[in-house]
Write a protein that binds this ligand. Structure first.
Ligand SMILES: NC(=O)c1ccc[n+]([C@@H]2O[C@H](COP(=O)([O-])OP(=O)(O)OC[C@H]3O[C@@H](n4cnc5c(N)ncnc54)[C@H](O)[C@@H]3O)[C@@H](O)[C@H]2O)c1
Ligand SMILES: O=P(O)(O)OC[C@H](O)CO
Length: 323
């Protein structure tokens, strides 16, 4: 067992800790030298996952060459950096993509980016309702593991499953990725409703009408409805739209309280992927003639294109239609 994790933010660190929870050795690649030394010397990652003691069998490195002897790599960097990171990896290793987003510029899903960057690597996607700090504490979690190759999916599922960390396999890679990317944008919308004091009815409406948008877009891109209504779609949507533990929900809450997007996004250390995915998703949806009014509203707020009241009024004034 020689797993490696690329990216030592909250989620990469939590996954490394989960994989190491039964004594396995796991190597974690971190961008920041301070994270490398904190993991190796103190078995902590105070920068991204504070107050979680890490297993001494997790070691960290800042040198990608140290990953060449791994037999499985989990890629856990922000989506917009995935192409650069994956291009710099040793060639041919199986990759499990854990980032949630769509690449700006190309409009590609993470698996499509990874296939371009490492054409010889088998690819899987791990995505679902997983707050990092809960997973790192060993709280019960279920997650989708999607691979086009069913045998590979079963093999990776067996490698990453732990008593309280339960992967469900799927061959719908596109569906798993679209759920994870779109839910981040919808979580911003739900955060806005919270910040603006619009109430819990509004939140439930945004979750279910947002899910209709996710489904329309997913089906247009070849996703299956059972994937979109599973852990990586509806499951993650419900989690992320329900709590300020979500960075996307918190960002939206700030917008709903009237704070400018530029101020909320400036100098963030942690990533709110929905802010990057929203404009790319809007373009992809328009190109596919898929209506995504909640996504359009989030973009308008992120771009300061209209005042909050006008954005809410425009959503409420849309023509009445069958559900
Ligand atoms: N945190 C969670 O609970 C969670 C759960 C599931 C999936 N994810 C996804 O995992 C991915 C990583 O999120 P996270 O929460 O671990 O990150 P984070 O917000 O905790 O940390 C930011 C990460 O970005 C990295 N980074 C910053 N600049 C970079 C650069 N130029 N190149 C490469 N990396 C850079 C940092 O080193 C750090 O690893 C995201 O796509 C996120 O949606 C997160
Ligand atoms: O904190 P968020 O909004 O990035 O959400 C974290 C995970 O994606 C939840 O599954």
């Amino acid at each position: 067992m020689k797993a490696g994790v690329i990216g030592a933010g909250a989620w990469g660190t939590a996954l490394a800790q989960t994989l190491a929870s039964q004594g396995e050795h796991v190597r974690l690649w971190a961008l920041e030298p301070d994270v490398v030394s904190a993991v190796n010397e103190d078995h902590l990652n105070p920068l991204y996952l504070p107050n979680i003691p890490l297993s001494p069998t997790v070691d960290a490195t800042g040198d990608m060459a140290d990953m060449a002897d791994r037999d499985l790599l989990l890629i856990v960097c922000p989506a917009q950096h995935l192409r650069t990171i994956v291009t710099g990896l040793p060639a041919g290793l199986p990759l499990v993509l854990c980032s949630k987003g769509i690449e700006a510029g190309s409009g590609l899903l993470m698996s499509e980016v990874a296939r371009q960057a490492q054409p010889r690597s088998p690819i899987g996607v791990l995505s679902g309702p997983t707050f990092a700090h809960e997973v790192a504490r060993g709280l019960p979690t279920a997650i989708t593991l999607a691979c086009e190759d069913a045998e590979l999916a079963d093999r990776i599922a067996a490698r990453v499953a732990r008593p309280a960390f339960r992967p469900y396999v799927s061959d719908d890679v596109v569906g798993a990725e679209i759920g994870g990317a779109v839910k981040n944008v919808l979580a911003i919308a739900c955060g806005v409703a919270e910040g603006a004091g619009l109430g819990l009815n509004a939140r439930a409406s945004l979750i279910s009408r947002g899910f209709a948008e996710m489904t329309r877009f997913g089906l247009a891109r070849g996703a299956r409805v059972e994937t979109l209504s599973g852990l990586s779609g509806l499951g993650d949507l419900v989690l992320t739209c329900s709590s300020t533990n979500s960075r996307n929900f918190s960002l939206g809450k700030g917008l709903g309280e009237g704070k400018p997007a530029g101020e909320l996004l400036a100098n963030r250390r942690t990533v709110a992927e929905g802010a990057f995915t929203a404009p790319v998703l809007r373009e992809a949806a328009r190109a596919a003639s898929v209506e995504m009014p909640v996504v359009e509203a989030v973009c308008a707020l992120l771009e300061d294109a209209a005042p909050l009241g006008a954005v809410i009024d425009a959503l409420l004034a849309r023509p009445l239609r069958p559900e």
